[in-house]
Ligand binder design. Structure first.
Ligand SMILES: [Zn+2]
Ligand SMILES: [Zn+2]
Length: 327
């Protein structure tokens, strides 16, 4: 079969053996596989990477010993893996499993995955749309549920890449008012089209003042950072009022200053981080895919595997949201 290899801003196809089902590992014919922001690391890597791509949708073609899936099942390939037996895996929070087995690239014609990380993809949802259940919507769904975000809230969303646009999509579906922040023109325009009431520039020296102005004297209660920029994260912490909640879903592997006294004790903030949704919320994910009038617009580009170079060039240009392979 064909799979994509990434190295030094190059993306190409190579032939490799077809995967084989074994035990609870099934083989899925990949029908849609989106590029994730984290795949940029592989694209810019000086070593060849053959394991990028970790989300998508497809059809089960081989099952071995699986009792959960059968041949012909349409599935959402939820990201990454888990041991399948620990409490985290058994309660749907497999993403936090501490003994994840290695997983294989989803930028390929076929992929071998564990049956329990697949969730059913009903016939009325297309493969491409279903693939948004991965990194486009999943971190935001996790954050939004844990923040108890509802239609009466105003929420600040910093960072309008695919994850931020996913957060905006769910907030808009719930009826919440969104103040969106980024510095790239394409993203700011798209955010306004997807329902952000106010779109601000991340580089505005008076960003905090503009956010206060947008709140017209009322305290902001919720903020979500998807940019992973320390500056934006601190903007979120400062922008929410006393008792507010901030969710971090953009990866920042560095550190930011947080004051236990000023931010937590005297302001009563709740700060949380969200990675991927609990698998028991798969029904809510399907509701988003079915009911959001704008969710399909998150996909701006579709490429065949053979067009991997163009796909990655498009993705890193910034003038794209979700870029999806259709192997
Ligand atoms: Zn991802
Ligand atoms: Zn586990």
């Amino acid at each position: 079969m064909k799979r994509v290899v990434l190295q030094n801003k190059k993306a190409w196809i190579e032939e490799c053996p077809d995967p084989v089902a074994e035990g609870a590992w099934v083989v899925v014919k990949v029908h849609a596989s989106p590029i994730c922001g984290s795949d940029k690391n592989a694209y810019f890597s000086s070593d060849a990477v053959r394991t990028a791509g970790h989300e998508g949708t497809g059809v089960v073609v081989e099952t071995a010993g699986s009792s959960l899936l059968k041949k012909g099942s349409r599935v959402i390939l939820n990201p990454l893996s888990g041991c399948g037996t620990c409490d985290l895996c058994r309660t749907g929070n497999y993403i936090y499993c501490l003994s994840k087995p290695p997983f294989e690239t989803h930028f390929a014609e076929y992929v071998r995955v564990q049956d329990f990380v697949c969730s059913p993809l009903p016939d009325d949802i297309s493969f491409e749309l279903g693939s948004l259940a991965g990194c486009a919507l999943s971190p935001a769904l996790n954050a939004i549920k844990r923040m108890r975000l509802g239609g009466f809230d105003t929420v600040l969303v910093t960072g309008l890449g695919p994850v931020g646009m996913g957060a905006l999509t769910i907030c808009a579906l719930l009826g919440a008012r969104v103040i969106a922040v980024d510095s790239i023109a394409f993203r700011k325009e798209m955010a306004a089209e997807l329902g952000a009431e106010i779109v601000l520039d991340a580089k505005d020296p008076d960003l905090g003042g503009k956010i206060r102005e947008a709140m017209n004297g009322l305290p902001l209660t919720k903020a979500i950072d998807t940019s992973g920029s320390g500056e934006a994260e601190r903007t979120c912490i400062d922008a929410v009022g006393p008792g507010g909640t901030v969710a971090f879903i953009g990866e920042n592997r560095g550190e930011i200053p947080v004051s236990p006294s000023r931010d937590f004790i005297r302001k009563g903030l709740t700060l949380l981080g969200a990675w991927h949704y609990n698998l028991n919320d798969a029904g809510d994910m399907l509701a988003i895919l079915r009911r959001s009038p704008t969710v399909g617009r998150l996909i701006t580009n579709v490429f065949r595997l053979e067009e991997a170079q163009a796909a990655f060039d498009t993705f890193v240009s910034g003038d794209a949201c979700k870029v999806v392979f259709r192997p």
